[in-house]
Design a protein around this ligand. Structure first.
Ligand SMILES: *Cc1c(COP(=O)(O)O)cnc(C)c1O
Length: 431
């Protein structure tokens, strides 16, 4: 399988090169050159496979030039080490709970997969690899946890000052070791820009090996396809001729991109819903057909506070040769803080189900698309406990666990590339 750039050029690279490079030569995102269909017998019998077998069948075509079957099976078994249950919230409306991993958000899967893949590719190199990652909260904690103590790798996590929850900050700053947390005086988009600048800095690149663990890396993107297969496997028996609608709480649009790829592999998903908070860049794109980035605004669903979602390039690429217009496959809806609080309160009262702020938006967006011919599922992307301050605003009786911050360690920088560069050069051993 070759990977190509979303910004047209002649570059064709293997899975290994795509993972290590992070971004293509011309600063586009890598995307598989073609997406293989799995045989219809796979979908007909999906319930007879266990999750590790499904993961192997789905991922193998994308990685087989760079990983042996045995290596892939090993990485899968270390990645999928926690349950991802489908839970009925109300009639014909389900949640796929992706938050039972070590940092209680769906990003654990991509981060664990990528850390093991990178460590494997670097196992016989001498130099230390520096992994840069910008986070609005959950990526940082998942990456910190996924890469902690992985040999040969140092991680630099950039997070926006005052815009992550105390629990998220604790998860990023408490590990130490090969994990460096860097607080940036700016927004998530500023953090993301700093990471992109590092890759554009020829002087830096000539001195250190850097890679990124953001959702732009194909090693983060690919395993996210599995969620949709696991959802389908668990819901198949309930469909009885009805159409499956999947709602994805979205920020950088990586997760929904993976869903679209799963659909291209033949997975029978009828329609996708991009569930957005006030950061509605993607909604505007679907409405107008032209892409214009916006400034990000802080919301209670902070993992989705993205004004310039990177993966839009991949989505546009996926639809380039598609005979159906994009709006037939995806819709988007945007909801306010007040609406998500109301939804958390109401769902708890009526269904005895506790939503986190991201899941609440997922459920709200999904509800716009349900009728007697559909079955809906939203992705439960984070555990409510991770956002207990917000939950308490909606449900005053909910108790908030206090965080011990005295064990935490972070570096603080201005929104300045030079500050970041100094930190990278200081810790890197030049090769
Ligand atoms: C990252 C994240 C999202 C957004 O996912 P994208 O792939 O960036 O669209 C949604 N919810 C939670 C809890 C997240 O951590």
């Amino acid at each position: 399988m070759n990977y190509i750039s979303t910004r047209k050029n002649k570059e064709r690279v293997s899975f290994k090169e795509a993972v290590i490079n992070g971004l293509s030569n011309n600063k586009g995102l890598y995307i598989p050159e073609d997406i293989p269909q799995l045989p219809s017998s796979f979908y007909e019998n999906i319930e007879t496979f266990n999750d590790h077998e499904i993961a192997f069948e789905v991922l193998k075509p994308f990685v087989k030039d760079s990983l042996s079957d045995q290596q892939l099976r090993q990485i899968i078994s270390e990645t999928l080490s926690f349950p991802m249950p489908v839970v009925e919230v109300q009639e014909n409306l389900f949640a796929l709970e992706l938050f039972h991993g070590p940092t209680q958000a769906f990003k654990d899967v991509g981060a664990r997969f990528m850390s093991r893949v990178l460590s494997h590719f670097y196992s016989n190199k001498k130099e230390n690899l520096i992994v840069l990652v910008a986070t609005s909260g959950d990526t940082g904690s998942a990456v910190a946890n996924g890469f902690y103590n992985v040999p040969g790798v140092t991680v630099k996590i950039l997070f926006p000052k005052g815009k992550v929850t105390p629990y998220q900050e604790y998860q990023m700053t408490s590990l130490g070791g090969n994990i460096d947390a860097i607080e940036v005086d700016g927004t998530f988009d500023d953090c993301q820009k700093l990471v992109k600048e590092a890759f554009n800095d020829d002087e830096l690149i000539s001195q250190v090996s850097i890679s990124t663990a953001n959702s732009i890396n194909v090693a983060r993107l690919l395993p996210q396809m599995l969620y949709y297969f696991f959802a389908y496997k668990q819901l198949k028996g309930q469909l009885r001729g009805k159409k499956l609608i999947v709602s994805v709480p979205s920020g950088n649009l990586g997760n929904i991109t993976a869903g679209l790829m799963a659909q291209k592999m033949g997975l029978p998903i009828f329609h996708f819903v991009a569930a957005l908070n006030a950061n509605d860049t993607f909604l505007t794109y679907l409405n107008t057909g032209t892409y214009e980035e916006k400034l990000s605004v802080p919301t209670y669903a902070n993992a989705m506070d993205v004004g310039n979602p990177s993966n839009i390039e991949r989505i546009i690429h996926l639809f380039r040769d598609d005979p159906k217009p994009i709006n037939e496959t995806i819709s988007a809806h945007s909801f306010s803080n007040e609406q998500l609080l109301q939804e958390i309160k109401q769902c708890y009262r009526d269904n005895d189900y506790l939503l986190d702020p991201h899941g609440a938006i997922g459920k709200l967006a999904l509800s716009q698309h349900l009728n007697e011919n559909t079955v809906g599922i939203f992705l439960g992307t984070a555990h409510p406990q991770k956002f207990s301050e917000v939950i308490q605003k909606a449900i005053p009786s909910y108790s908030v666990e206090s965080i011990k911050s005295d064990m935490c360690n972070k570096k603080i920088i201005k929104n300045s590339f030079n500050d970041l560069k100094q930190i990278i050069l200081c810790t890197a051993k030049p090769h």
